[in-house]
Ligand binder design. Structure first.
Ligand SMILES: [Zn+2]
Length: 705
């Protein structure tokens, strides 16, 4: 039976091979391979090679950024809702690169209706987008014809794009993609390193109305109130990470802008109040003597001073009379604002704004004015706004660094809940949060489009601090970290390092706003909340008026906290994993209690156990890694390192002597992401009846005592 023997032989050898393979894989592949380093992508690798950034997390020795200085004259045609402008942009190429293009952000093109959008609420009104009628680079006319046809539909856009290649005229700069939100000027001669280039642009567009409120897609109420935002063609950021920022404006994700000076003249009908970024340069020309007299009192008191009341309407009452202009219906006034170093400019105007002012007192700096402009029928939304904005300016000044700007303005209108330098489109409802944005992105200028969490997320975290301070309560981040366990595992959630423009409608809000406080809650659970805030403060001060990347944040925080936190940043920012801790078992023998802790998730965490002792006379023996919270409660901590060998279970051996242990709880401060916190108790019957987490509204999730 040679065949059978052969078969047996071959079966035997297969079996032994299989056994060998199993033995080898068991030996080599851990249950859980914990990644401990921060992934480095090509963009940050390039920055490290160039020395513009480094692993200290501070700006590198060769750090640079562009500067763009704007001089803009804009005129509002109120009946037509049309804004017409002329602007000069001086572009300082502080990079070491010779640059063959200039990228322009033309955000009003999102209202064309045929541009890509990431949310159903854009656009509120379909318009003809940003119309550029003249554009020069260093005095040379730019060929605008290449993109002229690319407006109506996809086929024509594609045709025009194809035509654009042949439309490049030798020795003439050419504008491409002019009907998208990210246009490009191709240059016949490159911008040299450290050179200065001047652009002149004539433009106009219709300010979109429509039914929406609460976002920046509706910029007017009828033809009597306007809140123009992203309203002028601006030069995109060119940085050491990716060169030109060519990200489209898709609606939800916000902005990434260069710093520079803004000198802006806004021409509106006389009688209309104008507010905006910067400092008004010509109060004598536009404000009544009464208004100028009232403004003098503002900085001496915390109470509200009314500058223009609801009964002071029109030329000669709300404002100066203005100059009659030939061919015009009424008189007009030009309001002149200058802002020195800011990364954007926003303004508002209305036929019947009420204008109130108060002050905030900035530590080390003194009082700065707060302006509120709102419609007469909406005074109730501004009754507390001055006090909320003052608290925010003063609190965040102490928390991070003093407020950097000479004033703050709150503007009423449909776009409620938006932020610009020195300007928030907000009433009292969002005044704390929107004021917080003056720290990021207005001073620490993150790339919000990609990394919204460095803008909204940091802001959400500090709003918890401000909220507690306003109530004179301690801030409590317990339960925040744990609650992420209820989210983790959803394949629709993108990691925070993913480009937030593409986070998707279901998770954009969570990834950009909600998740960062959860992450920093866990970090506080490891190093303490005050240490997190101290390190964050040092990071913020190192990057004022600069553009930090997430890697700068991760490395800076690890250094400042003197911890190897690569694993922490990896799991929170590059994955959507959680810890999923539990107590599997606890047994006592020979005076020692062995607690078997398991982590089912991919993210590791330190092991923190709360041990409750029975009352009694036996001494509780001290343990090196334990602190007594009270006479019957010990907190025992094992570092995250206990997981690095690759097991998903860890035996914590409690050696407290003969005093009986009544119950044990894992992660008692609820800081580590956990799908099911009810299995964190031993005995299991000690778990509270209600689940530990709930998306508990404004006060956040809860951690049962
Ligand atoms: Zn925000």
């Amino acid at each position: 039976m040679p065949v059978c023997r052969l078969l047996l032989l071959s079966l035997a050898s297969t079996a032994s091979l299989t056994l060998n393979a199993t033995a080898q894989s068991t030996a080599r592949v851990p249950e859980r391979a914990v990644r401990r380093d921060i992934p480095i992508t090509n963009s940050i690798r390039r920055a490290y090679a160039a020395g513009t950034r480094d692993s200290t997390g501070r700006p590198g020795r060769n750090y640079w950024q562009l500067r763009t200085d704007y001089t803009i004259s804009a005129r509002l045609d109120a009946p037509a809702s049309r804004l017409t402008g002329h602007e000069t942009v001086v572009l300082h190429n502080n990079s070491p690169d010779s640059v063959g293009q200039i990228v322009l952000r033309l955000d009003p093109n999102i209202f064309l209706g045929n541009t890509p959008q990431a949310a159903p609420w854009v656009p509120a009104e379909v318009t003809d987008g940003m119309v550029i009628t003249r554009l020069t680079v260093n005095g040379v006319s730019v060929n605008l014809e290449a993109s002229a046809g690319a407006s109506a539909d996809g086929a024509r856009a594609a045709q025009a794009a194809a035509a654009a290649q042949s439309a490049q005229v030798p020795n003439q700069p050419t504008l491409l993609r002019a009907k998208t939100t990210s246009a490009q000027i191709n240059l016949p001669t490159k911008l040299l390193p450290h050179s200065t280039t001047t652009l002149e642009i004539d433009w106009n567009h219709k300010l979109p109305g429509g039914p929406g409120v609460g976002h920046r897609m509706t910029q007017r109420w009828a033809d009597t109130l306007y809140q123009p935002t992203q309203w002028y063609p601006r030069v995109a950021v060119y940085d050491d990470l990716r060169g030109w920022d060519t990200e489209l404006y898709l609606g939800p994700s916000e902005f990434y802008n260069n710093f520079g000076k803004f000198d802006v003249r806004i021409d509106v009908p006389a009688g209309w109040i104008v507010s905006g970024t910067g400092v008004l340069q010509n109060p004598d020309e536009v404000l009544t003597p009464n208004a100028r007299e009232r403004i003098k009192r503002v900085l001496s008191t915390d109470s509200i001073t009314q500058i223009v009341g609801p009964d002071e309407v029109g030329p000669g009452q709300a404002t100066q009379r203005g100059a009659p202009i030939a061919g015009e219906e009424g008189d007009r006034l030009v309001w002149h604002f200058v802002a020195d170093t800011v990364n954007d400019f926003a303004w508002a105007t209305a036929k019947k704004y009420v204008w109130d002012m108060t002050r905030a007192t900035i530590p080390g700096k003194g009082p700065v004015p707060i302006t509120m402009v709102y419609l007469p029928g909406r005074a109730q939304f501004y009754a507390r706004a001055g006090a909320v904005a003052r608290h925010a300016l003063e609190f965040y000044s102490k928390q991070w660094f003093p407020y950097q700007f000479p004033q703050l303005t709150l503007q009423d209108g449909p776009s409620a809940g938006m932020e610009y330098p020195m300007v928030i489109n907000s009433n009292q409802g969002a005044a704390d949060h929107e004021t917080g944005h003056q720290w990021w992105p207005m001073t620490v200028s993150n790339n919000e489009t990609w990394y919204g969490w460095m803008d909204e997320g940091f802001n959400q975290y500090m709003n918890v601090l401000s909220d507690a301070d306003a109530k004179k309560e301690p801030a409590n981040f317990d339960a925040y970290g744990q609650s992420y366990g209820g989210v983790s595992g959803n394949e629709a959630e993108a990691p925070m390092m993913w480009n937030a423009n593409y986070d998707g409608p279901a998770f954009y809000g969570f990834t950009t706003y909600g998740k960062t406080p959860l992450m920093l809650s866990m970090l506080g659970g490891i190093v303490g909340d005050s240490a997190v805030q101290r390190a964050h403060r040092e990071w913020a001060q190192a990057w004022m008026f600069k553009h930090p990347s997430p890697w700068d944040y991760m490395f800076f925080m690890s250094h400042a906290l003197k911890r190897d936190l690569g694993w922490f940043w990896y799991y929170w920012l590059f994955t959507t994993e959680s810890v999923d801790g539990s107590i599997q078992n606890s047994r006592t023998a020979a005076g020692k209690t062995t607690v078997t802790v398991r982590q089912d998730g991919q993210m590791p965490s330190p092991v923190v156990l709360e041990v409750k002792f029975a009352p009694g006379s036996q001494a509780i023996r001290p343990m090196k890694n334990a602190v007594m919270k009270d006479s019957l409660t010990a907190i025992v901590t094992y570092p995250v390192d206990v997981w690095f060998a690759g097991s998903k279970t860890f035996d914590a051996v409690l050696d407290f002597g003969a005093r009986p242990i009544q119950r044990i709880r894992l992660d008692p401060s609820c800081r580590f992401p956990d799908r099911d916190p009810s299995d964190n108790f031993w005995p299991r019957s000690a778990a509270p009846a209600e689940p530990a987490q709930g998306q508990g509204g404004r006060r956040g999730p809860s951690c049962p005592a």
